[in-house]
Design a protein around this ligand. Structure first.
Ligand code: MRU
Length: 355
């Protein structure tokens, strides 16, 4: 099996060592940096479901790695039988989290590769699937860097940028989408400062965005989710940039719960609201955002902070993990192929079809 040399100065959530995948346990950040080892598809499926790894592109990469591990353990010499078992493995991985379309995109790509090569031996299929999974990982970081170069022109020197959740290196194979655009602006010599929404209930902003920006000395100020409106009204936010979990054909965007609220606030204050996401996040099969499946997570994420109980026993809880921001609130969608401003149905289809 091939493995990538580990450069520990660059933030990446996954690394490959001796036929295993190591994942930085994002549930423990920032207080502990623990790497967990994975070598079976069932383990990888659990890691995605439990959010050891999270963020749409990183979930897609992890699913591809899981599919490779599953393929590697299939015990048959018959290619057709191999493909039947491989599809079943992909179904298990697909059942982990419903909203981020990158998960399904990556599994479809792995299945397409296997299906297109069924005339090969099972051993050749296994090797090919390993390369395909590692390619998905490598390509993701490369296209984030391209996205960053396209998007950074939207951020003026001195911009105070609000972000929600974590769309950074930790949410991708590396570099990040929304935070990739910020990284690219900083690399271009602009003085950028970031306001990070804490992002209840899982605290991706407080725990992950603040952690990774601090590590790179990019100025970051943490705020509670309910402070953004006040700071906008005081003129302390120049633009908003977020990632996406799924973008419908008309440009409606599913992203971390609370994104919609921020977009409405940005509209009220005439502040540009940008979305950065790879083309693999665009789902042209859905005409609008109302069709995007929204994951509802366990009530304990809302009633507890680690082991501390915050709410009375038995209280009724809602915990949708994502919301949908209508395209009319979005100033631009940045992808690795460029920046779409308006006419999203036309521009997003063009970007997908360029792939
Ligand atoms: O529940 P999570 O942490 O997987 O949700 C992550 C987000 O909503 C991100 O903003 C999105 O996946 C984009 S990551 C580049």
């Amino acid at each position: 099996m091939s493995s990538c040399p580990i450069d520990t100065s660059v933030i990446r959530p996954l690394r490959f060592v001796a036929g295993q995948c190591q994942m930085l346990d994002q549930r423990l950040l920032p207080s502990e940096e623990v790497w967990l080892n994975y070598s079976t598809y069932q383990e990888v499926a659990t890691a995605i479901r439990d959010m050891v790894v999270r963020g749409a592109p990183a979930i897609g990469v992890a699913a591809a790695i899981g599919a490779w591990f599953g393929a590697r353990d299939i015990d048959t010499e018959d290619s057709a039988e191999f493909y039947r078992q491989f599809e079943a493995i992909c179904e298990v991985l697909a059942a982990t989290r419903p909203t981020a379309v990158n998960l399904f995109w990556a599994l479809d790509r792995m299945k397409r590769f296997a299906h297109a090569n069924l005339d090969r031996s099972v051993n050749e299929l296994k090797i090919g699937l390993e390369y395909e999974a590692l390619a998905i990982n490598q390509e993701d970081e490369m296209l984030n860097r391209k996205m960053g170069r396209h998007g950074e022109v939207l951020l003026p020197d001195g911009a105070r940028v609000l972000t929600h959740c974590n769309a950074g290196a930790l949410a991708t194979a590396g570099y990040g989408t929304a935070l990739g655009v910020i990284r690219a602006a900083v690399a271009a010599g602009k003085r950028i400062s970031v306001l990070a929404d804490e992002t209840r209930p899982f605290l991706q902003g407080a725990r992950l965005t603040a952690w990774e920006l601090q590590k790179e000395n990019i100025p970051v100020t943490l705020i509670c989710d309910n402070m953004a409106g006040y700071l906008m009204s005081k003129g302390e936010i120049d633009c908003v940039i977020v990632g996406a979990d799924r973008i419908a054909a008309n440009g409606d965007v599913a992203n971390k719960i609370g994104t919609y609220t921020v977009a409405v606030l940005a509209k009220e204050h005439n502040i540009p609201f940008y979305v950065a996401a790879p083309v693999s996040t665009i789902d042209l099969s859905l005409s609008d955002g109302s069709q995007i499946p929204i994951e509802e997570r366990h009530s304990r994420e809302v009633t507890h902070m680690k082991d501390i109980q915050l709410a009375p026993d038995g209280v009724k809880v809602r915990n949708p993990a994502f919301d949908v921001t209508p395209h009319r609130l979005i100033s631009a969608i940045i992808t690795e192929h460029g920046v779409a401003k308006g006419q999203y149905d036309k521009h997003l289809a063009e970007m997908v079809n360029r792939n």
